[in-house]
Ligand binder design. Structure first.
Ligand code: ADP
Length: 580
């Protein structure tokens, strides 16, 4: 059993495994050598046999009878070669039938082996892996020359074997290198996504954050990258661009803003919904929507040079990048919205408390004076003094009521509940009535109010109360900001429209302020000089819009202002609630 120990030696089996030849298909390089051996030694069978612990495998078998030539292996019970492997020396058998050990070998009976000459195939580390052998079915005397030739051929076979082992090792090394490169690429992708998340979470200056993010994406994900955000008006605006090639980057920056979101132009059939994939001779590009809660926030485009493939990995990485960017855009929006809401609330609270305080102070003062006077029973108040005080109190109460109404209006407008029924209203009559109610405010400071175009009726489908509010607010402003100078209130109309103009010769409004004064809480004067919420014009504009009309201002600072309201007369097309 000594040879069993050699056959099963770990280092030998390991060397055999390294050749990767066991159970491999026949190869011409080995067949040629065994054929040559049979030819030169004039033997019917030539084998390249590799022996492990259980069997001998024929890498090459020339002239072997069926079924062995098809099986290309035998168990060790049929093996002469294992003796060569065990001893590491050539085996020379003239007639196996006379051999003390080999005569019982099953190869004698079943394979018809009579004469055998086997040379060890010994690797450079000294392990014998198998044999190159020739077999004859009749007794033979093997000459020195025969031994020499077979030994030389065995060296060639061994060279072939080692060549394969080297190739196999190289292939493995290449595989390992590729796996290493793939692992490195995966590591880089992972690092990129981690860094991208960190960058996107940094601060709330969205434009700066996205500009840094696209720089990160290039060139690991793509050669170029650009992000466009959806504006309130439904247009896309490019906010960040990066490209590995500075000239390409300049070209991308100079492109017109993308007008259509995800236009299905030249779209490849691509399984991912929402993707637009364009390929051309100049490379490929992939545009993905930036979405959050199924709301489209913008789009991110990836540009690839022709040499850069757009495979599954690139697409899924691009999707990941898009998801992270969308999250950052959404967060920045939410932050901005909540910041604006907080600012608006703070502004509102400070204005409201200031505005409510003034009439309350006046009211408190009057009340205290009244109760003090009432306590002097010996000196009863004269009726006209009492009436004057009552008037002051009424005016302050009215002012408070007006403020509270404005506050109610803003919450109604903000919630979309400012709806009103339409009725036939005579605007001329309405203007005359409002002007009359202002008599007091005008007479005392001596302001002249000139009305024109108010004699003939001017009827339209409007809402009386809301239209009164428009005229009152405009007239109040003309008085407040009119420096006591004359005010002109004019009406004009044609079949379809009516125009109301309120002109003053007051402080005027700078060009840069003329648009914003119509917004909520926007004022162009200081709180110290003029009290007010900054709501009057906003309410006017909302009402006018809901009546299908428009308001504009024309003003020169120090010269005066003209506000013009245009109203369609037959607003019959506007029924039902006007806000949503
Ligand atoms: P408020 O008068 O309470 O400030 P408004 O919304 O009515 O609020 O007006 C907004 C701003 O527009 C005013 O603060 C003022 O700066 C400017 N404004 C409005 N009307 C006039 C006017 N007739 N002349 C000059 N400035 C005006």
């Amino acid at each position: 059993m000594e040879f069993q120990h050699v056959l099963l030696r770990k280092s030998r089996l390991e060397a055999l495994r390294r050749t990767a030849l066991m159970d491999s298909p026949a190869e011409e390089a080995f067949d040629r050598l065994s054929r040559l051996a049979t030819r030169v030694l004039d033997a019917p069978v030539g084998l390249v046999s590799l022996v492990d612990g259980k069997r001998q495998f024929f890498k090459s078998c020339v002239g072997l009878p069926s079924p062995w030539c098809d099986l290309r292996q035998t168990p060790l019970t049929h093996s002469f070669c294992m003796h060569v492997v065990a001893s590491g020396k050539p085996l020379v058998v003239q007639d196996a039938r006379q051999h003390p050990v080999l005569r019982d070998n099953l190869a004698v009976d079943q394979l018809g082996v009579v004469a055998y000459l086997g040379m060890p195939l010994t690797a450079s580390q000294g392990e014998t892996l198998g044999t190159l052998c020739v077999i004859d079915t009749r007794p033979r005397v093997w000459t020195e020359e025969n031994l020499y030739v077979l030994e030389e051929l065995a060296v060639s076979v061994m060279k072939e074997i080692e060549l394969r082992a080297v190739r196999e090792m190289e292939a493995r090394a290449q595989e390992a290198r590729e796996a290493g490169a793939e692992a490195e690429a995966a590591r880089q992708r992972f690092a990129l996504l981690a860094e991208l998340s960190a960058v996107l979470a940094e601060g709330f200056d969205l434009q700066a954050v996205l500009a840094r993010a696209v720089r990160l994406v290039v060139p690991l994900v793509s050669d170029g990258c650009s992000v466009a955000l959806l504006e309130a008006q439904g247009r896309l605006r490019r906010v960040a661009v990066a490209h590995a090639d500075p000239r390409e980057e300049a070209r991308l920056r100079a492109l017109p803003e993308p007008s259509v979101l995800l236009a299905p132009k030249q779209v490849d059939a691509h399984p991912v919904v929402g993707h637009v994939r364009i390929s051309g001779p100049g490379g490929a590009s992939l545009r993905l929507p930036l979405t959050s809660h199924s709301r489209v926030l913008g789009a991110v485009s990836f540009f690839l040079a022709p040499a850069h493939p757009l495979g599954e990995i690139e697409v899924s990485l691009a999707e990941d990048v898009a998801r992270r960017m969308a999250l950052a855009v959404e967060n920045a929006r939410l932050y901005e919205e909540s910041r604006e809401a907080t600012l608006l609330r703070d502004k509102f609270l400070s204005i409201a408390s200031h505005e409510l305080r003034t009439p309350l102070t006046a009211l408190g003062l009057q009340a205290r004076m009244l109760s003090r006077d009432a306590s002097h029973l010996d000196r009863p108040l004269a009726p006209e003094v009492l009436a004057r005080k009552a008037q002051v109190i009424t005016r302050q109460v009215e002012r408070l009521g007006h403020l509270v109404d404005e506050l109610l209006d803003i919450s109604r407008i903000a919630q979309g509940h400012l709806s009103f029924p339409l009725e036939d209203v005579d605007l001329a009559e309405l203007v005359r009535d409002v002007a009359a109610s202002f008599r007091e405010e005008l007479v005392n400071p001596g302001i002249r109010l000139v009305l024109s175009g108010v004699e003939a009726p001017m009827v339209g489908r409007w809402n009386r109360l809301r239209l009164e509010q428009v005229v009152i607010n405009l007239l109040t402003n003309a008085i407040k900001y009119g420096r006591g100078r004359p005010i002109a209130l004019e009406l004009k109309a044609d079949e379809a429209h009516a125009w109301l103009t309120v002109r003053d010769e007051g402080i005027g409004i700078a060009q840069g302020d003329q648009e914003r004064i119509f917004e909520r809480f926007e004022r162009a004067v200081s709180e110290q000089n003029y009290s007010g919420f900054g709501l009057g014009l906003w309410i006017v504009r909302e009402i006018v819009h809901r009546l299908g009309g428009a308001i504009s201002v024309n003003s020169t600072p120090g010269v005066g202002s003209t506000f013009t309201v245009e109203l369609p007369r037959g607003s019959s097309w506007m029924t039902g609630p006007l806000l949503h």
